[in-house]
Design a protein around this ligand. Structure first.
Ligand SMILES: [Zn+2]
Length: 419
């Protein structure tokens, strides 16, 4: 593995918060960083003041409008008196923090970018032009796990900007957070399993794929009952629907600031392979993913599919609905190995030598699209601190397994660390 990748960042000036009117209380300042936050009433406490900020009697505006007037100095002293009376100190303090944070993150991004170019490295961080997002409220789904067959209940909760996506297993005791990161992958046989210590969460890939695909950067995921994510209909559609049910909001950190969502940009090819399987990333102006599969069963055969990640809608319409599939002749052997106990004809497409057991397919190339769904779910494990997991690159996989996906994620993360 050579260097070829860096987190790339075009200068991303975080939009400076508009100067708040001095008549606003410090609480209402939260509002400046995220008008969308209005939807989360339990977090937003300054609603009554929201109109003030375009008010024509705003002293700052008054000053600008009347700067040429002869009594300017009187107005300025009036303005200062006004600030002093209306907790300007608190305002100033908070906004100095905001600006400092913004400038620092901007500078560090730029220096990363410059360093990466001068060293001819593999990756850099790049702006997506989007703030990090989270859910607007909690949403729950329950169902059987694909491999364990156990019933579990999973709830997605909003999370703070910068926290990223993480699992918490809630049983008699609440376990520690398991970050949805490639570093926490403990098993990859037919599904991707995360774990820390004795706590495991199996088959995270379809849920992770949905969250990455539709832009849920920060999310607390609580699991109760079984230690496996419910399979639902075998695709990511139900997770997309669950997120749509509550909607997305701009995530805020604990200071009430929004954070930019960054992507890793690939500057030179990075690849991993195993026999004739591979996953590779090539430099490209935008994120696109190509998957190839090759099965001896005629009903599947050779399929290729490319997805252009232009917006969240393309994930929903082209990828999310593709279901898990399996080979009929392997079912018994896998069940004897303690796997796919929760699989049925309702949640997985089954293919035999003589064709599909439970048609119709949702797409003619549904198996290939599902492999792409799985790959996106595993690439989501490259995400750190609420940034994107999918790099800006053309990612191409052929006959790849979860274990190769995860090996690729680790190669990407290593390349990002190396510069
Ligand atoms: Zn899958």
């Amino acid at each position: 593995m050579t260097k070829g990748l860096c987190y790339h960042s075009s200068p991303f000036p975080p939009p400076p918060p508009p100067p708040p009117p001095p008549s606003m209380s410090s609480k209402s300042l939260r509002f400046f960083s995220s008008p969308q936050h209005r939807r989360r009433h339990h977090h937003y406490r300054g609603e009554k003041n929201q109109h003030h900020h375009h008010h024509h009697h705003h002293p700052l505006l008054s000053m600008r409008w009347r700067a040429s007037s002869s009594n300017l100095s009187r107005r300025i002293s009036h303005l200062f008196a006004h600030f002093a009376n209306k907790s300007f100190g608190i305002w100033s303090q908070q906004h100095t923090t905001l600006f400092t944070r913004g400038c620092l993150s901007d500078l560090s991004c730029q220096s990363t970018y410059l360093t990466s170019l001068s060293n001819n490295v593999l990756t850099s961080k790049t702006e997506t032009g989007q703030p990090q997002r989270t859910l607007s409220g909690p949403v729950t789904r329950m169902g059987k796990g694909l491999h364990s067959g156990e019933e579990s209940t999973l709830t997605l909760f909003p999370a703070t900007a910068g926290e990223g996506r993480y699992f918490v297993y809630m049983n008699d005791i609440v376990t520690e957070k398991i970050s949805a990161s490639a570093d926490n992958v403990v098993e990859t046989r037919l599904s991707t399993c995360l774990g820390i210590g004795h706590t495991k969460v199996r088959t995270v890939e379809h849920l992770m794929s949905a969250l990455e695909g539709i832009g849920v950067n920060n999310c607390r995921i609580e699991l109760r009952g079984g230690q496996e994510v419910p399979l639902l209909d075998g695709s990511a559609s139900q997770w997309v629907k669950a997120v749509e049910e509550v909607g997305l909001s701009i995530a805020q950190d604990r200071h009430g600031c929004q954070l930019p969502a960054l992507s890793l940009k690939v500057h030179k090819p990075i690849f991993v392979f195993d026999g004739d399987s591979f996953v590779a990333a090539f430099p490209a102006p935008a994120t696109r993913v190509t998957c190839g599969i090759d099965f001896p069963q005629q009903a599947i055969g050779r399929q290729w599919f490319t997805w252009y990640h232009c917006n969240n809608a393309s994930y929903k319409s082209e990828i999310a609905a593709a279901r898990t599939f399996g080979i009929y002749e392997q079912i018994e052997q896998l069940q004897q190995a303690g796997l796919i106990k929760g699989a049925s004809l309702d949640n997985a497409l089954v293919c035999s030598e003589s064709g599909w057991l439970n048609p119709p397919l949702r797409f003619p190339d549904e198996p290939c699209r599902h492999k792409l769904l799985d790959l996106v779910g595993d690439l989501a494990l490259c995400a750190q601190s609420g940034h994107l997991g999918l790099p800006v690159a053309h990612i191409i996989s052929f006959k790849a397994s979860h274990s190769l996906h995860v090996k690729f994620c680790k190669a990407i993360l290593q390349a990002a660390k190396d510069h």
